[in-house]
Design a protein around this ligand. Sequence first.
Ligand SMILES: Cc1cc2nc3c(=O)[nH]c(=O)nc-3n(C[C@H](O)[C@H](O)[C@H](O)COP(=O)(O)OP(=O)(O)OC[C@H]3O[C@@H](n4cnc5c(N)ncnc54)[C@H](O)[C@@H]3O)c2cc1C
Length: 220
Amino acid sequence: MLSDARSQPVAGPAPELQVARDLARRAIPIAPILLVAAAIGWGWGGVASSAIGIGLVPLSASLMYMYVTTPEPGNPRYPRVGLAATMRAKLAEAPPAIAALRDRITDDDAVVYKPLETLFLTGDWHKGRVVLLGDAVHATTPHLGQGAGMAIEDSLVLAEELERGDTPESAFRAYQARRFPRCEYIVERSFAICNAQVNRQPVDQAKATADMFAVVSAPI
Ligand SMILES: Cc1cc2nc3c(=O)[nH]c(=O)nc-3n(C[C@H](O)[C@H](O)[C@H](O)COP(=O)(O)OP(=O)(O)OC[C@H]3O[C@@H](n4cnc5c(N)ncnc54)[C@H](O)[C@@H]3O)c2cc1C
């Protein structure tokens, strides 16, 4: 998949453009189309087309989606009617391979626009007999492609701790202690990449991804 292409700047070297060309040639429909906006405009002062990230995610032989991350100072809301045109406008300076796909973004209902937000709960992840996992306690920006992975890992660790714990309370505490550092790392590193991208600072995505895999491949 192309998840490591999430913060490739449009104007910079973009190996995924070859993939884009291939996908364009194969005329794979790009529905649903996704527009995700980074509504974190602090420190950012001007039009920053190179701060736009674009990715193409094949879902099957006949379907893919495109995501676009853009700086959105002030966290604006866009009306549903005209959302496809809004997304096309955000891609006005896209390179030719993306531009060929851009013109096929015509269905307002297929475009999803959401701010990127993070959440990391530093307090207890449980209360009484209720415990939280996944995005409910550590929602991350998509820049390392690990949100679902972390949720799945949570469930495995929670099941292990429930099996060996004397009480739900002790199992919940042990579960959180094992999960906390890795989830915190993913949320913080993803956000750092997002922030750098929005502020047009260089991002070594390959290194960030390699570092991340070193962390998540270690036993929990
Ligand atoms: C566009 C996009 C691309 C992504 N790509 C990746 C990727 O490549 N790799 C990756 O690892 N992660 C990715 N993620 C992140 C990943 O999807 C999430 O981190 C993951 O789904 C979190 O799982 P979860 O079970 O915690 O929450 P969710 O998947 O959000 O599940 C919560 C469920 O609870 C339901 N619910 C909510 N409120 C109620 C209620 N009151 N009653 C009953 N049900 C309710 C919701 O409908 C939902 O089904 C992506 C996310 C998005 C949006």
